[in-house]
Design a protein around this ligand. Structure first.
Ligand code: NAP
Length: 264
């Protein structure tokens, strides 16, 4: 059995998007410090694989195929997860999707899909999990995976940008509403992280290099770079962080998109 670290509550955490990329890394990072984990994803087999890797680290873990835009599926999954893991004291909403507006100024045909997964789902998830958070007592925490595109605009992905700006607003509203109950809500804004979502954008060496040039830290982020920050925000070590927007981007936004010094 893995040793529980100081400041790590023993409560379980629901991680959406848990089959892949940042969500999967969050599951593994949490399991590594003894937190029970539920990995939810459209990809049920991938979620099971993540849960099994977490269980190998010595924690209770459960994977499930859950479409986070389906409120009744989320409710049913909450019941199962509470039975399987006992108390639930954390949510990471990492499920996400992106669509490009190629021919038009906005991608109206896919607008609702993007907003539903990236933004509305967090409202659905928090509503469904609140009774469990309250039952677990003070110390529960919500982390929404936003994006640096929750802070800046991007002309080719307007629905994604709107969803991530919205997620930050929702986070701050939860912080206001739930803070007095000892439930915290924070958002993390990753920059360019090497996951299946970014893969098509960096498919050629030239494209990859053009991203890397913009990152003062000199490399793309790894999912675990984000997961360690998420784990901290879910822990009691971050007990006074509420409504915060934490950027994890290797310095991209800090320099306003300039090329990094020393880049070729
Ligand atoms: P990823 O590897 O594609 O993981 C996202 C996961 O969410 C996928 O397994 C996806 O399943 C799942 N998902 C999509 N719609 C869902 C739904 N309705 N219900 C349940 N699961 C669903 O991407 P990632 O890069 O790790 O992204 C994680 C989060 O970080 C996203 O919110 C993303 O916007 C954000 N982010 C990523 C980056 C980056 O550079 N990678 C930067 C900033 C922010 P399918 O593959 O089957 O759709």
């Amino acid at each position: 059995m893995v040793e529980q670290r100081l400041g790590e509550p023993g409560t379980g955490v629901v991680v959406t998007g848990g089959a892949s990329g940042i969500g999967r890394a969050c599951c593994l990072a949490l399991a590594a410090v003894g937190r029970p984990v539920a990995a939810w994803d459209l990809d049920a087999d991938g979620a099971d694989a993540t849960a099994s890797a977490c269980a190998d680290l010595g924690v209770a873990a459960i994977g499930a195929g859950v479409d986070v835009t389906d409120a009744s599926a989320v409710s049913a999954a909450v019941t199962k997860v509470t039975d399987a893991l006992g108390s639930i004291g954390g949510l990471v909403h990492a499920a996400g999707t992106v669509r490009a507006a190629i021919d038009d100024v906005v991608d109206l045909d896919t607008w609702d899909v993007v907003l539903d997964v990236n933004l509305r789902a967090e409202a659905v998830l928090v509503s469904a999990l609140l009774p469990a958070f309250r039952a677990a007592g003070p110390g529960s925490a919500i982390v929404g995976i936003a994006s640096i595109e929750g802070l800046i605009g991007h002309g080719f992905i307007p629905s994604y940008v709107a969803s991530k700006h919205g997620l930050i607003g929702l986070t701050r509203s939860f912080a206001h509403r739930l803070g007095s109950e000892g439930i915290r809500a924070n958002a993390v804004c990753p920059g360019y992280i090497d996951t299946p979502m970014l893969a098509p954008t960096i498919a050629t060496p030239e494209a990859r290099a053009s991203f890397e040039r913009k990152i003062p830290s000199g490399r793309l982020g790894e999912p675990d770079d984000v997961a360690r920050v998420v784990r901290f925000l879910l822990s009691d070590e971050a007990a006074y962080m509420n409504g915060a927007v934490v950027v994890v981007d290797g310095g991209v936004t800090a320099v306003g998109g300039q090329d990094a010094l020393g880049a070729d």
